[in-house]
Design a protein. Sequence first.
Length: 420
Amino acid sequence: MGKRVSILVAAGALAVAPAARAQNWTLVWSDEFNGSSVNTGNWTFETGGSGWGNNELQYYTSGANASVSGGILTITANRVNGGFSCWYGACQWTSTRMITAGKRQVLYGRVEARISVPMGQGLWPAFWMLGTNIGSVGWPASGEIDVMEHVNSQTQVFGTIHWDAGGYATYGGTTPLANPNAYHLYAIEWTPSSIKWFVDGAQYHEANIQGNINSTEEFHRPFFLLLNLAVGGNFPGSPNSGTPSPSRMLVDYVRVYQQSSAPPPPPPPPPPGGTISPTAWYNVINQTSGKCVDADGWGTGNGTPLIQWTCGSGQANQQWRFTPLTSGYYRVSPRHATGLAWDVSNISTAEGQPLHLWSYVSGNNQQWLAQSLGNGWWRFVARHSGKCLDVPGSSTANRARLQQWTCNNTGAQAFRLVQQ
C-alpha cells in the first residue's frame, strides 16, 4: 500500500536463486474470525479520510464497515453521499482499515491469509505489513511488506517491499490469477535471508535481504499486520459508475507461523548460583506445554488476563523482568507495559483464582517467591496465599488462563527462564 513510483533497485540486486522450501511451520498466532465481531484484542480500526498518502477516496470507519459471521471477516466499501469529511471534501466512499499494531507483531516466519477480493474499477484491497517503529521513524524507514495487493478488475496480484535506501526504494513482483474473486491463499515466507511470496502454495517472487543488502535492515525488525479495502488513489485510479457498491473483501483467516524445520537451540543454563538477573528480560516457559507466559492480546490495562501462548520471537508481551523485593520475592512485569505486574485477582487465596496484570501497588498478591527446582526449572509462589503459579489441568492449549493452585511439584507449575 506504499506510494507507487518506479522501482529504484534493479531486480538482479535483490533476487536470489530459488531454494528448497522449509517443510515444517509451527502456528504461533491466528485469527480464525469465529466470533460474532472483530476481536479488538487482535485488531484496531484506523479511521479517517486523509487520503492515506495515496490520494485515496474512502473514509475508514471505526468498525461500521467490518463484520464477522460464519467464520468470515467481511470488509465492505460503500458509496456514500456525504456524512464524512475527506481530504477532497464530502467523502464518496466508506470502508475499513484494521491493524494489529501494539497487539500482535511478527519478526520472520510464514504470514498468510485466505482472501476473496472484490472486482471493480478503483478498488484496492490489500493484506500487508508495516514496521512497528513507524511512529518514531516514519515511512518508508519503517519498511513495508505487501503480502497481497489487487487493483481494479485485473487478473493478477502484487507482492512488494518498500524501504529507505538513502531515499525511497521498492521491489515487487506479480503473478497471474484467473479469478481473484475466488478464495486464494496469499502468503510470505520471511527469514533472515529472504522474503518469498506465494499464491495457493506456488512461489512467484523473492527478495534477498541477507546481510542488509541494499540497505534492507528494515526487514530485520518486527512488523504488524494490516487488512484494508481502499477505494481510488494513485495506484488503481478513481472508481466509476460501474464500480459495485457495496464491494466486499472476505477474509477466512489470518495465520502466523514460525519455522520449525530444525530444532530450536537449547535454552541457556540458569544463571550461576540459581539466581535471576534483575536487569534481564525472560521468556517464562511452562514445562508441560512448552508455551510462554503471555499478556493476552498485548493488553496494557488493569485486568489483562495472564495466559499461556506459543512462544514468539521478539514478543514484548511474553518478556518479563523480575525485580527483587525482600526475602526472595519478586515483582514480575511485562516488557510492553512495565507499570503492571503479575497479580492474583481480588487478592483471593482460593484454589483456581485466575491471574491477570494490574498496576503495581506493592500488594502481597503481586509478590512472587522464586524457588529453584533444579536443572534450570523454577516455581513461583504467591506471597499472600502460598499457592503456586499454575497452568490449569496441565493444559497445552493456547490461551489457557494461568491461575494459583496448591503447590504440587507437577510440570504445570514448573517454568524455565530463557533470557531474551
